[in-house]
Structure formats: structure tokens, C-alpha cells
Design a protein around this ligand. Structure first.
Ligand SMILES: C[S@@+](CC[C@H](N)C(=O)[O-])C[C@H]1O[C@@H](n2cnc3c(N)ncnc32)[C@H](O)[C@@H]1O
Length: 283
């Protein structure tokens, strides 16, 4: 269980309230009860991973998504990727999400764009997913296992809920070299990082859960500029808040993000993209 992650995401600078406030500024009728928007209206705001919609498409390709498939998004956040995949690929998506404020925010955003019948985000921990055995065609996840202390258990759960032939595709932070004790403490304090695997470490965990590994990609070079841009966005939000005389947000978060961006630029931390299949019929 990751108490730190719940606190971190309950107070995260991007929330469903902030997204709705931004949309309402552009179009005041959004605030009216029963208002609806096209799904595309949310995509610039609700993707809490690196690489935006293209990153979703890359995982959809690795998982072989087809209309009608049952997809599970581990650590679904506000449901941004889940809504995009349902809309773009015609799949049904169940998100498993630990933080209650994210679960309720996801429900609110899905209703706002009329996708509540094809996207549901349920409260739960991916190390004990509240979903039946062999019920999913694909399990996806983005930038979230860094918060999960027992990554082996998350892999076993993905394996359990997939049907034989079902696919796993995810991205996560990776450590190309072990973090110093000081950096680990800063990352834990500022961004609820429970621990990181190397690319090799992930290969081992995926195989140990029973999967047949299909691909491992080092995403570090692609992430470095994306992270710099996200840091600039968070900096601008802090400056805006300071200028408005409102709280500028958590300074541990800011300090850890600055350090994270430096560590990725130096190639000491980075990103990995993984794809695997559950052996059996129906691939
Ligand atoms: C960086 S956000 C990613 C959200 C989403 N994947 C996206 O791309 O927009 C990570 C999410 O993982 C969730 N989380 C952390 N630990 C979890 C766990 N053990 N089980 C389920 N969700 C978890 C957090 O609450 C947070 O919403």
C-alpha cells in the first residue's frame, strides 16, 4: 500500500476541479449541471504521463487493441488515457486507481464527455486488483509503478486478470544506476516514489510473473525534453499562483521535479516501455 501516493495525488497540482475550472474559463456553460463536451476537449488537460496521446497510441499498438476489447488501466489517475483509448479504439476500459479523489474526479470527467458507459475507474490497489481472473484482453499502465512498493505483486495481478493470449504494455520510470540515499529520500518526499527498477530488473519481474516478454525500449532520450517542458509548465503555474498571492504549491514536489529532470538529462534515471504476452490460446 502506498499512503504517500494517496497524499501526493490528493494534493496534486492537476485535479479534476482545476481542469473543469480551466474549461469553464474558456466556455462558461461547462459549469452547468448536465453540460457535456466532446471527449477531445479534455485531452490537453487529463493525460498525466509523458508523451501525451502518442504515448497512449504506442501502448495501444503494443497491446493490439481492437474495438470491443476489455482493457484495464493500472493506476488510471483521472482516467485520461482510459477515455482516450475508449474513444479512439472503441474499447471498454476499467481503471484501477488507489487515490479516492482521483477515482471521483475520473467519474466526473467521464460523465462530462459522455463516456461513463465505456470507462469506469474503480478504487483499488494494483497489487490486489478488485477484478476477476482472466477478464481482460489487455492491461496497460503509464508512469505509475514508481509509486508501487511491490512491483512483483502488480505484475502477478496483471497476469491473473488477463485472459490467455492477453497483452501487457506499460511505461515507467527506470533507474539506469541506483539513486543515492539523498535522491531516494527527495523523490519519496516530493513525488511519492516508492522505488525504481532498472530495465533489467523489469525484465526479471515480468518474466517471473509468467509473461513472455516481447519488447523492452529505453525511452530516456525521448523523455528528457518532455520532462523539461513539464517542469516549465509547473514553474509557470507556481509563478501564476505567487503573482495571484495564492499558495504556490508543495516545494518538495518542485525540488524533486527539478532534480528528476536533471537526473534524466544525465541519463542516470529515465523511462522504459515494456510489452509482454500471457502465454496461451487466443493471442
Ligand atoms: C502519474 S499518475 C498516472 C495516471 C495515469 N496513468 C495517466 O497517465 O494519466 C499515477 C497514478 O497512480 C496511482 N497509484 C499509485 N499507486 C497505486 C496503486 N498501488 N494502485 C493503484 N493506483 C496507484 C496514483 O494515485 C496516481 O493517480
Amino acid at each position: 500500500m502506498s499512503e504517500g501516493a494517496i497524499d501526493f495525488y490528493t494534493g496534486h497540482p492537476i485535479s479534476s476541479e482545476i481542469i473543469i475550472e480551466r474549461l469553464t474559463k474558456a466556455e462558461p456553460s461547462v459549469a452547468r449541471p448536465g453540460a457535456t463536451l466532446p471527449p477531445e476537449a479534455l485531452f490537453p488537460h487529463d493525460q498525466d504521463h509523458y508523451g501525451g496521446l502518442e504515448a497512449n497510441d504506442a501502448l495501444a499498438g503494443l497491446a493490439g487493441l481492437k474495438p470491443g476489447m476489455e482493457v484495464v488501466d493500472f493506476c488510471a489517475g483521472l482516467g485520461g488515457p482510459a477515455r482516450y483509448l475508449a474513444h479512439r479504439y472503441g474499447v471498454r476500459v476499467t481503471g484501477v486507481e488507489l487515490t479516492p479523489a482521483r477515482v471521483s474526479g475520473a467519474g466526473r470527467l467521464s460523465r462530462l464527455v459522455g463516456l461513463q458507459d465505456r470507462v469506469r475507474v474503480v478504487e483499488g490497489d494494483v497489487t490486489a486488483a478488485p477484478l476477476p481472473d482472466a477478464s481482460a484482453d489487455a492491461v496497460l499502465s503509464q508512469e505509475a509503478f514508481l509509486h508501487v512498493p511491490d512491483k512483483a505483486a502488480a505484475m502477478r495481478e496483471a497476469f491473473r486478470i488477463l485472459r490467455p493470449g492477453g497483452r501487457l504494455a506499460f511505461t515507467d520510470w527506470v533507474a539506469h544506476e541506483p539513486m543515492s540515499a539523498e535522491d531516494s529520500a527527495l523523490m519519496r518526499r516530493g513525488m511519492a516514489v516508492a522505488g525504481l527498477e532498472s530495465l533489467e530488473g523489469w525484465r526479471g519481474l515480468i518474466a517471473a510473473a509468467g509473461f513472455s516478454l516481447e519488447s523492452v525500449e529505453d525511452r530516456t532520450a525521448d523523455w528528457a525534453p518532455i520532462l523539461k517542458a513539464r517542469l516549465a509548465m509547473f514553474r509557470a503555474m507556481r509563478e501564476e499562483a505567487a503573482a495571484a498571492g495564492t499558495p504556490t504549491g508543495d516545494s518538495d514536489f518542485h525540488e524533486s521535479y527539478v532534480r528528476f529532470v536533471d537526473l534524466v538529462a544525465a541519463g542516470r534515471l529515465g523511462g522504459g516501455r515494456f510489452a509482454a504476452v500471457k502465454p496461451g490460446q487466443g493471442g
